[in-house]
Design a protein around this ligand. Structure first.
Ligand code: DAH
Length: 372
């Protein structure tokens, strides 16, 4: 800044000369007009309206003028700066409006467009329930065993001590696989997961602690309570000194983990060719806990007011099965169980109709979440 000088003529201080001020003003205004977007305008603002702009520098010169000249120069420079400020403001508004307009067009989303996105697949609830059931036993140290869905009759029936004329072998229950020539292939679609017991014993070192989840087939019509393709979880323990007490403990742990702690279980005497003795396994109804039994005002849909829910079959492995699988029944003993996976899903999640599980309607499966 120049020192005060009374004989100072503002017209002779170049930056304050009217032509020069007008030029700076014009230059600023045309730069503002030329700014094509907000970034450019920011540059223009720095160049023409900041503290280091020519007009701001000219403004500083005013202080050094004699008082008589100050007002005139101040008016000139102040007017120019005001014009520049207003022009900046106006251009800013225009450019902001343009930007908003552009963003609205560029980022436009037509929410009425048809949906062309593929739904992300998710595992079927039967799969997740089967895994949860399996995990309970894996947590107790069991291994997972597998067998084929198209199975030899020998594994599905003979080795499991089904007599040749056992009714379950007839066409009523079993899908037989025809061979091209004789018609009798000796193969069936396995009617239960129990043949995996024999495969596990033949293929593993003793002791054996396995569970086998899998698909099973019977010639049932599809309705609310039957399906020709269903799933079971087989369990087998063969070791020295194995008793039914271990079986009850394992079943209780399963029921506690899947349906809730503290539910009682019971065994009802039954018959299976491959176990002796055999039992049906029931668990206490986890909804009414038996309170609905005999109370006409309290009907329970889950257990039909019976207080108990059947979840599968079990028993002590028949020595004939051990023998068929090459295990000495004098040394080893064991137990087995078969649990229905559909039944578990139905009870654990209140599914009322088996058809919902097989129809593949996404509205059914998605209610169980989209676990991959
Ligand atoms: N396989 C039998 C069924 O499908 C269920 C079963 C019962 C399995 C007793 C077992 C068992 O392992 O010990 O009806």
């Amino acid at each position: 800044m120049s020192a005060p000088n009374n004989s100072y003529d503002p017209v002779e201080v170049t930056p304050l000369h009217p032509d020069e001020v007008a030029r700076m003003r014009e230059e600023a205004l045309s730069a503002i007009e030329a700014a094509g977007d907000l970034d450019e305008l920011k540059e223009v603002r720095l160049a023409h309206a900041s503290d280091r702009s020519p007009l701001a520098l000219a403004n500083r010169e005013i202080g050094a003028l004699p008082p008589t000249a100050k007002a005139d120069a101040g008016k000139r420079v102040g007017g120019a700066r005001r014009d520049v400020g207003q022009a900046l403001k106006a251009r800013q508004a225009v450019l902001e409006a343009e930007r908003d307009e552009r963003v609205l067009v560029e980022e436009r989303v037509d929410v009425t467009l048809p949906w062309d996105r593929e739904l992300r697949g998710a595992r079927h609830p039967l799969t997740t329930v089967a895994e949860r059931m399996t995990d309970v036993f894996v947590g107790m140290g069991f291994e997972v065993a597998e067998g084929p869905e198209v199975e030899a009759e020998w594994f599905n029936f003979d080795a499991l001590n089904f007599e040749p004329d056992h009714p379950a072998r007839t066409m009523q229950d079993t899908f037989f696989v025809e061979s091209e020539d004789s018609g009798d292939s000796g193969m069936v679609l396995r009617t239960h997961t129990s043949p995996v017991q024999v495969r596990a014993l033949l293929g593993r070192e003793l002791p054996v602690y396995v569970v086998a989840p899998g698909k099973t087939f019977r010639t049932d019509e599809l309705d609310a309570t039957h399906t020709p393709v269903f799933h079971q979880l087989e369990g087998l323990v063969v070791d020295r000194g194995i008793t039914l007490a271990h079986l009850r403990g394992a079943i209780d742990s399963f029921v506690g983990a899947v349906f809730g702690e503290g539910l009682r279980t019971r065994f009802r005497a039954s018959y299976f060719p491959f176990t002796e003795p055999s039992a049906e396994v029931d668990m206490e109804c986890f909804v009414c806990r038996g309170d609905s039994v005999g109370d006409p005002d309290a009907s329970c849909r889950t257990c039909s007011s019976e207080g108990w829910i059947e979840i599968g079959g079990c028993g002590v492995v028949n020595p004939r099965v051990l023998t068929a699988a090459g295990v000495d029944p004098e040394v080893y003993s064991g137990w087995a169980f078969g649990l229905g996976i559909e039944r578990t899903l139905m009870f654990a999640h209140g599914v009322r109709d088996m058809r919902d599980m097989v129809e593949g309607d996404i509205r059914f499966s998605s209610a169980f979440g989209s676990e991959i």
